[in-house]
Design a protein around this ligand. Structure first.
Ligand code: UDP
Ligand code: MG
Length: 314
């Protein structure tokens, strides 16, 4: 029987916390009763600099029941950083940690299945939503389009997986070796590797309160995901430069043909060819400079180069 910690980042969640804490306590108690986890398991709320009564509620919960713990950040640091703070703080006490949102949009009954996979030897279990019925058409289209473009851009993300996942202590120790300042956890976690699996669940409506991710924050988050994970956009500039430079050869032939056909005015041929050639060369040159900047960027991230899964020694 292992120790399970639940980590829940909270930003202005006074509306949902009473209900969330009740449901989570119920879940944890039933798991302990079924002997799936031991009684050292805990529910940890991370207050991400809330401006409402979130911290008071967390303190109250902790006072009344030792199963609840609270971590208060000095100010609002954003969902990803709050989550990381929680994970890194509890990892020394837990064998496995599950992260989930305070609004319980992620079905907590998937926790049972996550634990089964964990006991089967998985170090990471991703929660993947198999339906987006509760999302508006726009949200669904943009979100799914986003996951697809991430793949094209070379960022390895799990399709339709947000931040609902189980990680073993081994996986969390590996996560600690990433020193990313621009943090996009759902892109970084798959880089860890180890035996992993997915669990499907239906995503529900928010229990109460409003989404803490308005469109502006969501777009910023999406952009963060691409720019913090991959330098492929730079490669695209380089390729575009080369393509345009080749177009200049086609333009050269076309302009010469027009010139000899006598359908041009003086100076047009040389002007049009130079525009394409110089434009292409400039983009190509910017792309090359960008390639080096991209390398510098990746070097500064100093990502771990490998993780050892097993070592059969002696
Ligand atoms: N959250 C946070 N800090 C922030 C914004 C959000 O800790 O600056 C938390 C929030 O309390 C919730 C989770 O991140 O537990 C996801 O937010 P939300 O449910 O509002 O996002 P949505 O489901 O609408 O994408
Ligand atoms: Mg939500």
């Amino acid at each position: 029987m292992d120790t399970l910690y639940l980590v829940i980042p909270c930003y202005n969640e006074e509306d949902v916390l009473p209900e969330t804490s009740k449901q989570l306590l119920c879940k944890i108690s039933s798991l302990i009763e079924q002997k799936k986890i031991n009684s050292k398991s805990r529910i940890v709320f991370v207050d991400d600099g809330s401006k409402d009564r979130t911290w008071e509620i967390i303190s109250e919960l902790h006072k009344n029941n030792p199963f609840f713990q609270g971590i208060k950040l000095s100010k609002n640091q954003g969902h990803q950083n709050a989550l990381l703070a929680g994970l890194m703080t509890v990892k020394k006490y837990a064998d496995a940690v599950i992260s989930l949102d305070a609004d319980l949009q992620d079905d907590i009954d998937a926790i049972d299945e996550m634990l089964d996979k964990y006991y089967d030897g998985c170090e990471i279990v991703y929660g993947v939503r198999n339906s987006r019925d509760t999302d508006s058409f726009m949200k669904k289209a943009t979100a799914e389009g986003y996951y697809r473009s991430m793949k094209i851009l070379g960022a390895d993300v799990v399709f339709n997986h947000a931040d609902y996942r189980l990680m073993s202590r081994k996986a969390l120790d590996s996560l600690e070796d990433f020193h990313e300042v621009n943090l996009f956890l759902r892109g970084v976690v798959p880089m860890i590797g180890f035996k992993s699996d997915v669990v499907y669940y239906a995503r529900k409506e928010r229990l109460a309160g409003k989404s803490k991710y308005p469109l502006k924050k969501m777009l910023a988050f999406a952009w963060e995901g691409i720019t913090s994970l991959t330098t492929k956009p730079i490669r695209m500039i380089t390729v575009l430069g080369i393509v345009i430079f080749f177009v200049s050869f086609i333009m050269l032939i076309y302009s010469l043909v027009s010139y000899f056909a006598g359908t041009t005015i003086t100076g047009w041929t040389s002007t049009i060819v130079s525009i394409w050639a110089i434009g292409g060369l400039q983009l190509f040159a910017i792309g090359i400079v960008g390639e080096y900047i991209g390398k510098v960027y990746l070097e500064t991230k100093a990502r771990p180069k490998y993780f050892i899964d097993e070592y059969l020694d002696d």
